[in-house]
Write a protein that binds this ligand. Structure first.
Ligand code: B12
Ligand code: SF4
Length: 468
């Protein structure tokens, strides 16, 4: 863990920005702050002043601010906007530092918009970088490979984050981010994790958990709001990897009187004791990547050893009976999924009353094995990063026209949020209010998406033939 150095360098005024891609729609699942910026804020020596701007909450950027430097994080969907902000600050002579997943895998592209780029995890290089800024010797690039590896993840300093952030206290309808682990040892071909944080599965000291939750409640939770308990989003990539640690963490969370959501592989939920512990600790839902109901497709994604499609229905039903909702993520790939397969999946989602289903068109994000394979074979048709929101087809397809495929997925997505299935889902699942409220939010959002799609693409009846 990086220890915070005492005040020894000139105090800096730092702006840290979380940009919002133009096609990154507002969602009620967004956490109160971006984890990367929360981590950097927590690791910053106390003499420096930090301001956090989050465009997902429509915070305004002050391009005239007297900042010593501007740090911008970026995932692929936000890269274009990150560059736009960077260019605007640089035009005013302000130094910009770019970091995050997209930057780490596209360093040459990013360098054109920055005075300095950070490649990889910044935990163990951040204070060196700050010293270098203060001493006017900032380098054009800092790479985590040149620093000690991050072996343990540092706790978040919620007091410091609250001071830097523009967010006010919220009730349990908005999520406060927290994490206990980083990484996941699996190797799914569409996921960035194996090539970024995944190789080493890092944890936090369990005794730090309760203190962070108390602090987070103190600075971010308003108990007089609509809910009596705060909602924490555990942003761990896959919390279930170490069952002993998972159970230990769940026992601690149980004492904290909170609700929380978490990302877990579905196979970990085969174990009734894990499910019981999740429910008892206050888990309101688990997000699991089911990806496909065809085992051959899971094999093609190198996820066949993690997920067993034939077990999905039983696991979901057992969890439901135990009082746990599972939010399921599904991927659609024109090379692997025909329209008939998509229809079959829609039936599966309806029949099993899946909680808050998420449909995504397969997207080869830079940093994934899939990106490198597709790139080598010349299969990527679009590198407009704005379109990497998982609702656009950015790869070549022998089988379907890109627009037709996108439309089919969108139509199917809207279909699983039709009123009939919202009612059925709400009736059958535990925590009825969350089922109803989230379903209505998804429905409204998707209806808007499809209306825009139809308007922008003027689809002819011939093109629409065969799309239900
Ligand atoms: C939690 C999570 C979410 C949450 C919260 C997201 C949020 N805004 O915080 C939710 C559920 C909302 C979400 C949504 C989405 N997500 Co998500 N998510 C994650 C997950 C599991 C963990 C992210 C996290 O908290 N990491 C911990 C922080 C500390 O790590 P970090 O961001 O990498 O930061 C470190 C370094 O990168 C660096 N750094 C980062 N920024 C900066 C900036 C500066 C200046 C510096 C110096 C350093 C630096 O320092 C940090 C500390 O070491 C990751 C998996 C992963 N491997 O990252 C996927 C992941 C980031 N998500 C992904 C995707 C695709 C999405 C969606 C587009 C999905 C969709 N279609 O809706 C949306 C996009 C929403 C958005 N704008 O973020 C992809 C991104 C791929 C890519 N190349 O961009 C990932 C990698 C998963 C995957 N499929 O591989 N996500
Ligand atoms: S199990 Fe999840 S987090 Fe782990 S590599 Fe696969 S998709 Fe990524």
């Amino acid at each position: 863990m990086q220890s915070i150095k005492p005040a020894e360098t000139t105090p800096l005024k730092i702006l840290l920005v979380s940009p919002q891609g133009k096609l990154d729609e507002d969602s009620n699942q967004k956490p109160l702050f971006h984890m990367a910026l929360g981590v950097l804020t927590s690791l910053t020596p106390p003499q420096h002043e930090i301001e956090l701007i989050d465009e997902h909450f429509h915070d305004e950027i002050d391009y005239e601010g007297d900042y010593d430097f501007i740090g911008i994080t970026s995932r692929t969907i936000e890269a274009t906007r990150a560059y736009e902000i960077a260019d605007a600050f640089r035009a005013k002579g302000k130094p910009v530092i770019l970091g995050g997943l997209h930057i780490s895998f596209n360093p040459e592209e990013a360098k054109q918009h920055a005075d300095c780029i950070v490649v990889g995890e910044a935990d163990n290089l951040w204070t060196t970088l700050l010293d270098d800024v203060a001493n006017k010797r900032l380098k054009p690039e800092y790479n985590s490979k040149d620093f000690p590896p991050v072996k343990e993840i540092a706790p978040l300093d919620y007091a410091r984050i609250a001071k830097a952030s523009k967010r006010v206290k919220v009730d349990g309808t908005k999520s406060i981010p927290i994490y206990l682990t980083r990484g996941c040892p699996f190797n799914c071909s569409f996921c960035v994790t194996p090539n970024f944080t995944g190789k080493q599965y890092r944890t936090q000291k369990p005794e730090l958990l309760k203190h962070q939750i108390e602090e987070a409640k103190k600075y971010f939770f308003n108990p007089k709001g609509k809910t009596s308990k705060p909602w924490f989003m555990l942003t761990d990539e896959n919390l279930g990897i170490n069952k002993k640690k998972l159970w230990e963490s769940l026992d601690l969370l149980k004492e904290c009187d909170i609700t929380f959501s978490v990302f877990l592989s579905i196979n970990f939920l085969e174990d009734p004791k894990t499910v019981r512990k999740l429910v008892d600790a206050g888990c309101n839902f688990v997000l699991a990547g089911l990806e496909s109901i065809k085992q051959s497709t899971l094999e093609a994604y190198n996820k066949g050893h993690v997920n067993s499609a034939e077990k999905y229905a039983k696991i979901i039903d057992d969890c439901r009976k135990a009082g746990l909702n599972i939010q399921c993520n599904f991927l659609f790939n024109p090379a692997l999924d025909t329209f008939e397969d998509i229809d079959e999946l829609v039936q599966f989602v309806k029949k099993n009353n899946i909680f808050m289903p998420i449909f995504q068109i397969i997207t080869p994000y830079p940093g994934t094995q899939m990106y490198w394979d597709y790139k080598k074979e010349g299969l990527i048709t679009n590198e407009d990063w704005e379109k990497y929101n998982a609702l656009h087809l950015v790869i070549k397809s022998e089988r379907y026209e890109p627009l037709i495929f996108q439309y089919k997925v969108l139509k199917s997505y809207v279909d699983v949020y039709s009123w009939r299935y919202i009612v059925s889902r709400t009736y059958h699942n535990p925590r009825k209010l969350i089922n109803l409220v989230t379903s209505i939010a998804f429905r409204t959002h998707l209806k808007k998406q499809i209306a825009t799609f139809e308007q922008e693409n003027h689809m002819s009846p011939a093109q629409l033939q065969g799309i239900k």
